[in-house]
Design a protein around this ligand. Structure first.
Ligand code: SAM
Length: 264
C-alpha cells in the first residue's frame, strides 16, 4: 500500500506522482472521462459475446479508478460486484458513494496481484496498464493468475497514439512529456502466447484538433498528466503551441482491446 505525500514534487517516485495527479482530479473524473467510459462499455459488450458463461470465482477490475469498467461489466454480465483495485483512494471513493459500496482494495499493481486474485475467473482492466512500471510483466502476471477457462479483458492506449503531439514536439524542439505507451504488437503477442485470443483489435479514436493547450488540458482534467520527465517551461509550452499542426483536423488515440481466455 502506498502512502501519499500531501504534495508531489519532481523527486517523488513516478507511481506516487501518478496517484497524486489522479487524486487531485478525482471529483471531476466522471465528467471528463468520456473516452474511458466508451471503451469500458465496448469491452463489457465484447465480454457478453465471448465470456457470458463464466464459472463462479473472483472477478476484478484492475486499476478500476471510479469503477467505469466494473459497472459496465456488472450491467452486461450480471453476477456479484467486481472487486475494484486501485492505488488511488480518492478515485475509489468516487465509486463508494453509491448507495451500496462495492468491494474495493487500495493496491499498487506494481507489486503484482493480491493473493485472492490467484485463480480469478475474470480480470478486467481499462486505461490502467500503461501507468505501471513494467506493463508487459504486469500483463504476463495477469494472464498467469487466471483460473483454467478464466477470461482477461484489457483495454490500453498504445504507441500509435498522439502522432500529432510527437510531431509538434519535434517541430518545436521540446521534449515529449507524455507517457511512453506500450507497443500493441508486443502486448498481443504476449497475451496470445498465454491465452486463446477471442478478440484483439486496435481501435482508433479521434477528437477534434483544438490546439496544444486544449489537448493538454484534457489530460489534466482527469488527472492523467503525470510525466516521467520535467514539466515544460512557459517558453517551451509557447513554442509547442506555435508549432502544433493546426492543419490536422483530429488528434488520435490507438487503443488496444484484448479479450482472451486461458485453456480449460
Ligand atoms: C485513466 S485511469 C482509468 C480508470 C478506469 N479503469 C477507467 O477506465 O475509467 C488510470 C487508473 O489507473 C490507476 N493506477 C495507476 N497506477 C496504478 C498502480 N500502480 N496501481 C494501481 N492502480 C494504478 C490510477 O489510479 C487510475 O485509477
Amino acid at each position: 500500500m502506498v502512502l501519499l505525500e500531501p504534495a508531489a514534487t519532481a523527486a517523488t517516485p513516478f507511481s506516487q506522482r501518478v496517484q497524486h495527479c489522479f487524486g487531485r482530479s478525482a471529483a471531476a473524473y466522471g465528467a471528463h472521462a468520456r473516452l474511458q467510459a466508451a471503451v469500458a462499455e465496448r469491452l463489457a459488450r465484447l465480454l457478453r459475446i465471448h465470456a457470458s458463461a463464466l464459472p463462479a470465482g473472483a472477478r476484478a477490475d484492475l486499476g478500476a479508478g471510479s469503477g467505469l469498467l466494473a459497472r459496465a461489466i456488472e450491467r452486461h454480465l450480471g453476477g456479484a460486484p467486481l472487486l475494484r483495485l486501485d492505488s488511488c483512494q480518492d478515485l475509489l471513493l468516487q465509486d463508494a458513494r453509491e448507495p451500496t459500496a462495492p468491494p474495493q482494495r487500495l493496491w499498487d499493481l506494481n507489486q503484482g496481484l493480491p493473493p485472492e486474485l490467484q485463480g480469478a475467473v475474470l480480470l478486467g482492466s481499462s486505461f490502467a496498464l500503461q501507468w505501471l512500471e513494467q506493463p508487459q510483466r504486469a500483463l504476463q502476471l495477469w494472464c498467469e493468475a487466471l483460473a483454467p477457462g478464466g477470461v482477461l479483458a484489457l483495454a490500453v492506449p498504445c504507441a500509435g497514439s498522439f502522432g500529432l503531439w510527437h510531431q509538434a514536439c519535434q517541430r518545436a524542439e521540446v521534449p515529449f512529456t507524455g507517457l511512453q505507451l506500450p507497443q500493441a504488437d508486443a502486448l498481443i503477442s504476449l497475451a496470445g502466447s498465454r491465452l486463446r485470443l477471442r478478440r484483439a483489435e486496435r481501435l482508433q479514436f479521434s477528437r477534434p484538433n483544438r490546439g496544444a493547450l486544449a489537448f493538454l488540458r484534457q489530460f489534466k482534467a482527469i488527472g492523467a498528466q503525470a510525466s516521467r520527465g520535467p514539466r515544460l517551461s512557459r517558453g517551451q509550452l509557447r513554442r509547442l503551441e506555435q508549432h502544433w499542426p493546426a492543419e490536422a483536423a483530429h488528434v488520435g488515440w490507438e487503443v488496444l482491446v484484448i479479450v482472451g481466455q486461458s485453456a480449460p
